[in-house]
Design a protein around this ligand. Structure first.
Ligand SMILES: Nc1ncnc2c1ncn2[C@@H]1O[C@H](COP(=O)(O)OP(=O)(O)OP(=O)(O)O)[C@@H](O)[C@H]1O
Length: 326
């Protein structure tokens, strides 16, 4: 059985239209006109247990709306969803016990109390015995390296420590399916890495399924075997990151260190110029022309060093979204 099954999922939001000015406000009060915003449009995918999947898209693409439907916070307008065999919007206990949702910009811990107190409340909600609760807090706190911070009021924790404590609270019931919306938002590089490491460990230890959205590509490349690209509510790609680069970046990035400066006119014969910084040049070369262009460059230019790489994944995805279609 798939961990997540989504078929033709659609969400349409009715949005009230208000004319400007006082008369518009008065009219709006008595008679409202609505327009329909299709935030998610016939999206289908399946995710197997234990998979870690990145959900990518520009602002307003429909990622959060999809996560909200997958966690049962909102009803779909049409289509089917099953998560851990359950229908999310029915909000059955058997469903809630198996999932969690972490939103980077929202918090569940009580600001003025130590995290430990909020964890005790969660333990009671999930009917954990005091021994079970102690053992789970101990285990997760070790994994997150946060044990010594749990007795301080949450408001005194750093952002990174708070995020770790939030994770602990969200995972106390050992969910099998994790939905994470921007879990590393605003964290510094070290805290981002700590959260990523923890998620890897949790995934391995509990064979948990993880779906995450992030605007930090480092999160996606470190964690996700598979990515879903969503654009204007539609799923435009479902597959591995490598295949995404091959499919949407039909070029490679060639960086050359030259012994002397060479004019842009001459360099443009070898590829599309990405940047020239004195003797360091970066060119984009079509994959099929790579061998020919690189051998020509080596023979004809004063090359001291040359490297060939895929372009940064941010650039590839940016180009896909700029192009606006597949
Ligand atoms: N409650 C709502 N009522 C009306 N429209 C909404 C509502 N929630 C979201 N939308 C609209 O639906 C679209 C998708 O929004 P959503 O929050 O799902 O995007 P997102 O991909 O998560 O974006 P971001 O990366 O900025 O968080 C946007 O056009 C947004 O304005």
């Amino acid at each position: 059985m798939s961990a997540i099954d989504v078929q033709q999922l659609t969400k349409v939001y009715p949005v009230a239209i208000k004319q400007p000015g006082l008369s518009g406000t008065l009219r709006h009060f008595f008679q409202r006109d609505y327009r329909q915003v299709k935030a998610v449009n016939e999206v289908s995918f399946h995710i197997e247990p234990g998979e870690v999947v990145g959900f990518l898209g520009p602002n307003g693409a429909g990622k959060t709306t999809t996560l909200k439907m997958l966690t049962g916070l909102i009803y779909p307008s049409s289509g089917q969803v099953r998560v851990a065999g359950q229908v999310p919007f029915q909000r059955q206990r058997a469903f809630l016990e198996q999932i969690t949702l972490v939103m980077g910009q929202k918090q569940q811990l009580i600001w003025d109390l130590p995290a430990l107190d909020s964890l005790r409340i969660n333990g009671a909600i999930y009917d954990l015995s005091s021994q079970e609760l102690r053992q789970r807090i101990h285990e997760l706190a070790e994994m997150l390296d946060i044990a010594d911070k749990l007795t301080q009021p949450v408001r005194k924790l750093s952002l990174g420590e708070r995020m770790k404590a939030e994770m602990l609270a969200a995972l106390l019931h050992h969910p099998k399916v994790l939905f994470l919306d921007e879990p590393t938002l605003g964290l510094d590089v070290n805290a981002q890495m700590a959260v990523r490491k923890f998620l890897q460990l949790y995934n391995q230890r509990y064979q948990a399924t993880i779906v995450l959205t992030s605007h930090y590509m480092a999160d996606i490349t470190a964690l996700c075997d598979r990515v879903l690209l969503i654009y204007q509510g539609q799923l435009i790609y479902d597959g591995s990151l490598d295949r995404l680069v091959e499919r949407f970046a039909p070029y490679r990035e060639v960086t050359a260190e030259l012994a002397a400066e060479v004019s842009a006119d001459v360099l443009s014969a070898y590829g599309e110029i990405q940047s020239i910084d004195g003797c360091k040049v970066v060119l984009l070369v079509k994959r099929e022309d790579l061998t020919t262009k690189v051998s020509q460059a080596l023979a004809q230019l004063p090359v001291q060093d040359l490297t060939v790489a895929d372009p940064p994944i941010e650039d590839v995805i940016g180009r896909v979204f700029d192009a606006g279609s597949v």
